[in-house]
Ligand binder design. Structure first.
Ligand code: ADP
Ligand code: MG
Length: 321
């Protein structure tokens, strides 16, 4: 199979909001008047971000989903993506499954695949995403204000438990039942970017980030950019019933505070926005929970149920740490 056949058979699909797509030297898009272009890229490397024998459909979904998640965190509407992929060999079954997963995600979130690059090499998937956001309305990391509430969508820690399960790293005392394992693995492999939430938060949140490296690490980026601190309450963190019933404080830190891959949104908003946020939560049928407050002191403090500071060791995933 030639490079051109691969592109034609697996990476060319009708588009919705593109002038010129795959097939020319460059794609052409037109940005809606009054909007800015939000651009982000994320790379997935075999052996670093996924196992070499990972399911191709899930990889396809996730490689786009993690990029769309960055659009959600900016309050941007995802529109266009490019896909640069290095493949060790042209395996038809693998390509067809990967393409199916990628386009399932693209269709769900109305993203056009408009170009990319295809080469031979160690399996590496690099996606660039572009989206639109009304001029000046992107939700940046730098806007958190002292006194703001800190919010998190859905639950945290399930993807990390799924990963630990796959790696056989779960302590014997943590017996997950089959249904919950499946839920955790789904959270790990088929993350659902919170696009609708991001769009609704445009005029409400003072800052936002998607949780890809762990709550402490990602919230830390908001704090650094906003030059503020935060107190968060361990017992307010939104977790599944299993986690709240079975994980001790140390395990909570490991799976809920320090582990990534949830792709939920963490955002800040003034307390006056509580009512609106609650109605957004109802409207989207998505749990939104306040987990703490933005503070003046530029540090991140985790408090236990007695309001005593917990010593946190690991702060999140860093490729070069
Ligand atoms: P060039 O030689 O000009 O870089 P290529 O032969 O690499 O062009 O690509 C041909 C066309 O296919 C271009 O429009 C490019 O954007 C697109 N393309 C290449 N690889 C992919 C891919 N993996 N997914 C989507 N489009 C791709
Ligand atoms: Mg090329």
């Amino acid at each position: 199979m030639s490079e051109f056949n691969i592109i034609r058979d697996y990476f060319t699909k009708a588009t919705q909001h593109t002038i010129l797509s795959v097939g020319d030297d460059a794609a052409l898009i037109s940005v809606t008047t009054g909007n800015e272009l939000a651009i982000s890229a994320d790379m997935l490397v075999a052996g670093t971000h996924f196992f070499n024998d990972a399911d191709a459909y899930k990889l396809g979904w996730k490689s786009l989903a993690v990029n769309i998640s960055d659009m959600a965190a900016m309050g941007a509407s995802p529109k266009w993506a490019t896909l640069s992929i290095a493949l060790p060999h042209a395996d038809k079954h693998w390509l067809s499954e990967f393409s199916r997963g990628f386009f399932a995600c693209a269709t769900k979130f109305k993203v056009d695949l408009i170009g990319g690059d295809t080469t031979r090499g160690p399996l590496t998937i690099s996606v660039q995403i572009m989206g639109e956001v009304p001029h000046g309305k992107a939700i940046k990391r730098s806007g958190a204000k002292v006194g703001d509430d800190i919010w998190v969508s859905n639950t945290l820690g399930d993807a990390a438990l799924g990963l630990a399960h796959l790696q056989n790293k779960l302590h014997d005392s943590l017996q997950l039942d089959d249904g919950y394992i499946e839920y955790c693995l789904h959270a790990l492999h088929i993350p659902r970017p919170r696009v609708s939430l991001g769009l609704q938060l445009r005029y409400i949140a003072t800052s936002a980030i998607d949780i890809s490296d762990g709550l402490l690490s990602d919230l830390g980026h908001i704090l650094t950019a906003s030059k503020v601190g935060a107190s968060i309450y361990l017992n307010q963190l939104p977790v599944s019933a299993f986690i709240s019933q079975h994980l001790d404080e140390k395990q909570m830190q490991q799976f809920v505070l320090a582990a990534g891959d949830d792709y939920e949104l963490c955002f800040t908003a003034p307390t006056s926005a509580n009512g609106v946020i609650t109605s957004i939560s109802d409207h989207l049928n998505l749990k939104l929970t306040t987990i703490g407050k933005i503070t003046v002191q530029q540090e991140l403090i985790v408090l236990d149920c007695n309001h005593q500071p917990v010593t946190t060791s690991k702060t999140g995933f860093d490729h070069f740490a």
